[in-house]
Design a binder for this molecule. Structure first.
Ligand SMILES: NC(=O)c1ccc[n+]([C@@H]2O[C@H](COP(=O)([O-])OP(=O)(O)OC[C@H]3O[C@@H](n4cnc5c(N)ncnc54)[C@H](OP(=O)(O)O)[C@@H]3O)[C@@H](O)[C@H]2O)c1
Length: 231
């Protein structure tokens, strides 16, 4: 009997990095379950890839949405938890609404934790891999930057999850990229030394599908200096 394709769940699938991750896993033969809040964009992505893509919209700030998403899953080899958002202002500057700060904490930390929790039984059954997308800003404290604080949370979350899930044969890795050329990066912060989403996605695919004789629990990806960047 023909084996079904491996299956992965990708959150933040309509974002700059997420789309590239979906395309990489799809090209590698995976059935991809894609999620974000934007049902129309998810359906458009599924249509463009033409098969082996299941769109399920969910707002990861909402427990009910996370439960509904989980209810639609029956098998998972890989989870890539990439949904995230930034904040604009620091403690001492700007007038960004507190609601935006709450959303960043909810999406980046609660949403990532909730996805890990509801998918762990399926990933454990497959002895599969969970990749949490953190950031280099989660490695050192950045003055005034709440986004960096949330990404410290993602790093800690990945380690807490890894320590609990390793006995079940689940690989857990936090990927900590530097600047990637996506809509998340404001025009003013764009430089020539950014990574392409495709290059970062290829690394995530390699991590999740490689036959590693060890646990890869953390990967830091930094752009090449501008003069070495091929673009
Ligand atoms: N770009 C960079 O330089 C960079 C560097 C390091 C790490 N990262 C991390 O990489 C990941 C992807 O970033 P990106 O640059 O691709 O950002 P992006 O283009 O802004 O994409 C963010 C994704 O998260 C989804 N999302 C946001 N709020 C959500 C919510 N409440 N519920 C469900 N999904 C939600 C968005 O979809 P909807 O808005 O349609 O829901 C979108 O698909 C993030 O975790 C980010 O922190 C990015």
């Amino acid at each position: 009997m023909k084996r079904p394709p491996p299956c992965c769940l990708i959150t933040g699938a309509t974002g700059g990095l997420g789309r590239a991750v979906v395309e990489a896993f799809h090209s590698a033969g995976f059935h991809t379950i894609v999620t974000s809040r934007d049902q129309a964009a998810l359906e458009h992505l599924a249509e463009r890839l033409g098969g082996r893509v299941t769109p399920i919209a969910a707002d990861l700030r909402e427990p009910a949405d996370v439960r509904r998403l989980a209810a639609g899953l029956d098998r998972l080899d890989v989870v890539v938890a990439g949904a995230g958002r930034t904040v604009r202002d620091s403690f001492g500057s700007g007038d960004e609404p507190l609601e935006d700060w709450r959303d960043a904490v909810l999406v980046n930390i609660f949403g990532t934790a909730a996805i890990a929790r509801v998918t762990l039984p399926l990933v454990a059954a497959a002895r599969g891999t969970m990749v949490l997308v953190g950031s280099v800003t989660g490695r050192a404290v950045v003055p005034g930057d709440l986004y960096s604080v949330t990404k410290h949370g993602v790093s800690a979350l990945a380690e807490a999850l890894r320590l609990e899930a390793e006995a079940a044969g689940v690989q857990v890795c936090v990927v900590q990229p530097g600047l990637i050329d996506t809509p998340m990066v404001s025009l003013g912060r764009k430089t020539r030394s950014m990574m392409t989403p495709e290059a970062v996605a290829a690394e995530i695919l390699r991590l999740a599908t490689g036959d590693h004789p060890f646990q890869v629990s953390e990967i830091v990806l930094r752009p090449l200096p501008a003069r070495q960047n091929p673009r």
